[in-house]
Design a protein around this ligand. Sequence first.
Ligand code: FAD
Ligand code: NAP
Length: 523
Amino acid sequence: MLNVPPQAFPAPGSQQRVAASGRAKVPLKPGRSLMDWIRLTKSGKDLTGLKGRLVEVTEDELAKHNKKEDCWICIRGFVYNVTPYMEYHPGGEDELMKAAGTDGTDLFDQVHRWVNYESMLKECLVGRMAVKPIAAPKEISSTLSEEKKQLNGMLSEKGVLGASTKDVMLSYDWFQTDSLITIVIYTKQKDLNAELVIVDCQDKRLRGEIIIDDHSYLVEVDLYHAVQEDLAVNITEKVGKVEIILKKNDNIHWKMLGQPLENHNTFIKRTDRGQFYRKCKLVSKTEVTHDTKLFCLMLPKSTHLHVPTGQHVYLKQIIAGTEVVKPYTPVLPFLPLDFKEPSCHDGAHIYLMIKIYSCGPFTQALEHLQVGDYISVSNPEGNFKKSQVQTSEDLFLLAAGTGFTPMVKLLDFALTEVSCLRTVKLIFFNKTEDDILWRNQLEQLALKDKRFEVKFILSQPTKDWMGKEGKISSSLLSEFVKRSSKYSKVLICICGPTPFTEQGVQYLKDLGYSQEEIHAFTA
Ligand code: FAD
Ligand code: NAP
């Protein structure tokens, strides 16, 4: 319908001919070539008649625009006013009119799905089809009949639990080429980013989860045919569109995407969604201190997962025949210094800094994991929001022992992405000098970045310790936690053993800091 290779434009006056695809091509009037069309689209002329406004189009409204002089067509949920394009269409006006006032996606796909109509018809975009809640499809079929008049999967009212339906405008669709399957999820959420999209594909089971505030939307399907291990995820942040691209194992036509699984096409509270685990390979285990190690885990190629700053994951192991789960907070392979990027710093790996306790069953089992072994890793959880830091001028990080782990990504984020920050201070409590994690890197970072300062406080130092000694207390906090100016915006983050965190929060409140100025990391 909209395919316009330059050679498809016959000379003015030539006879109608049949293209290789079997589709009839008609002679175009002079001044109606592809280049003429491109010129028209760049002229600034209002081609939709809506003066640049985008509208939501109902099926009834779409149906009204079914004449040559007023023709709207829907392709993949987007509605275009193709009236000005009529004379430029190499397939002719009649061909275009077959889809007038309706969803022309299937017709378009039959003829030439490879054409970049989004770019060709950009200036003709009227808006999106209004999402009308319908029952979740039993089978996700690509055959034309059932889905022709609607998007392939709009969220059913049944699928929305604990959320107001009027705010939920999620839908998905899918299409295929000879070698690829693409699932498109439309969230209508601005600022969707990679951390909010979690995709896994294991043994033909595809699971795509989109996080929207404290809710989660899930596409979960038992695929019709096998796909290759690696998948790609593209996110168009501005419009909240997610594309999951799978490679077919065999280049055969799929009659349907697959069978929906139990929670397919639902939008529910995150907390009501069961935990999902994938097996990750241990690729290295390196010493950080005498009792703490940095574990590097490799995500499967079929997983798209970025753990957000301040969130943790759960590890699952079978210990003595019992499934045991413990939380761990991913760190970076190193602090943001001028070191060379290691090859592993690529989103395909998760780094965990874990203290091994001689009498700790879980960490003892981790200690016995060998490079090449697999361990189950969950989706991320946690209630820390980056926005808490984004407006801060003074950031204080109070960490005890491995309570340092959430501070690693936080430090990186604060120093590299928060421009309004004036001071970042880490007050790091440990028993002895030997227990200090990444001491060397922290000292180097303080030398490199003037905004950053680190204070080590030891509870059980040796005699030759020249630094500060003690435990968390009101006097220590009043000495080290100070606003850089009377009205500066402060955020204080605290993490360590539960009593340490609880006491710290109480001392801070006693010192006059408000609840909003304190974030305590807990399970
Ligand atoms: P445990 O059996 O839990 O024992 C650990 C230590 O506590 C031992 O010394 C033990 O003797 C002592 N102990 C156990 N029970 C008691 C008790 N009732 N009273 C007093 N002492 C007791 N740890 C990390 O190393 N890195 C991380 O990134 C990390 N992130 C975390 C994130 C969150 C949100 C939370 C809540 C915890 C995190 N932890 C982290 C801690 C981790 O989850 C485990 O608790 C830890 O690894 C110990 O597990 P374990 O089974 O080996 O030892
Ligand atoms: P640790 O070495 O035992 O202690 C670190 C420092 O904290 C020491 O100076 C210690 O002083 C002090 N401390 C310990 N208990 C205290 C208490 N009750 N009151 C005041 N100070 C106390 O610490 P660790 O073994 O690494 O343990 C780290 C803890 O952080 C674990 O409990 C882990 O679960 C927690 N953690 C939580 C999260 C999270 O919630 N997101 C993330 C990571 C880690 P002493 O000499 O008096 O012992």
